[in-house]
Design a protein around this ligand. Structure first.
Ligand SMILES: NC(=O)c1ccc[n+]([C@@H]2O[C@H](COP(=O)([O-])OP(=O)(O)OC[C@H]3O[C@@H](n4cnc5c(N)ncnc54)[C@H](O)[C@@H]3O)[C@@H](O)[C@H]2O)c1
Length: 255
């Protein structure tokens, strides 16, 4: 019970990594708040956790809209009196629309940044006062391999993931003195619905070559691989980690 009595909000907890983290956090004793735009998926995860004897609540929100974020965190404050963990996990990849900067449609650019970058900033802004009420907390941001190395054809997504790293470092310095730690996970090649928007969907993609030549651990990452890292950062075991960027990609970005 590494998160016993902790209140943890996870954005995008209806799918993939967020879903795995919600279930993992609940098993470790957290009250999990599922912040998710897709109501059906959010409710499904909530019900799965309740069925396993955990504590979870679904709160519908589009993190790209400040008014919605503000009101959902006000509700968290009213119901729970504070917040211990914010896992900023939700993002969109928009692989078929994102592009090199000169070919990038301005509306697509803005939409990706609104969800990934502004959404992360909005949730962080709203969560900090609630963490202060609990005397500290843990914020976990989500970057990507494209925040670490250059990856073509996803410039808006890359900017959003670079922003997650910069925000991690700024918040670590700003809120460390208040007992609020901020860290970031930079995953790659995790087998979730999101990767079907990437190269994997193209007829030219050779999965065997990707796994045997580009992926040192020779397998896809699983959502649980990342959920375990998030659990460590959320728990008191990660109490001296602040401002860390944890690259969790099986070694892809060091090949
Ligand atoms: N899967 C990978 O290989 C990979 C690689 C690098 C980084 N990441 C990052 O990991 C995180 C989780 O990715 P995933 O693969 O689990 O993706 P996913 O697509 O399976 O899940 C993303 C979730 O975010 C939700 N969401 C999207 N827009 C939202 C909004 N405006 N408001 C609230 N919720 C919203 C979706 O409904 C979905 O449930 C993302 O930040 C992603 O960029 C994933």
């Amino acid at each position: 019970m590494r998160l016993k009595d902790k209140i943890a909000a996870i954005t995008g907890a209806g799918s993939g990594i967020g879903r795995a983290a919600a279930q993992r956090f609940a098993k470790e004793g957290a009250s999990v708040i599922i912040l998710e735009i897709n109501e059906a998926m959010g409710i499904e995860v909530r019900d799965a956790i309740l069925k396993e004897g955990g504590q979870a609540e679904y709160m519908g929100v589009d993190i790209s809209k400040w008014e919605q974020v503000e009101s959902v965190f006000a509700l968290i404050g009213q119901k729970y009196g504070g917040l211990d963990v914010l896992y900023n996990n939700a993002s969109v990849f928009s692989g078929t629309k994102d592009a090199p900067i000169d070919a990038l449609d301005v509306d697509v650019m803005e939409q990706i940044l609104r969800v990934n970058l502004f959404g992360t900033m909005y949730c962080s802004k709203a969560a900090i006062p609630l963490m202060r009420k609990r005397g500290g907390g843990s914020v976990i941001h989500t970057s990507s391999s494209c925040g670490i190395i250059g990856i073509p054809n996803c410039d808006a997504y890359s900017v959003s993931k670079g922003g997650a790293i910069s925000l991690t470092r700024a918040m670590a310095v700003e809120y460390g003195p208040d007992g609020i730690r901020t860290n970031c996970i930079a995953p790659a090649a995790i087998h979730t619905p999101m990767i079907y928007e990437s190269d994997l969907n193209k007829p030219t993609f050779d999965e065997n070559q990707f796994l045997t030549q580009k992926t040192p651990v020779r397998r896809w990452g699983q959502p649980e691989d990342i959920a375990n890292i998030a659990l460590f950062l959320a728990s008191d075991e990660g109490s001296y980690l602040n401002g860390a960027i944890i690259v969790a990609d099986g070694g892809i970005t060091v090949t």
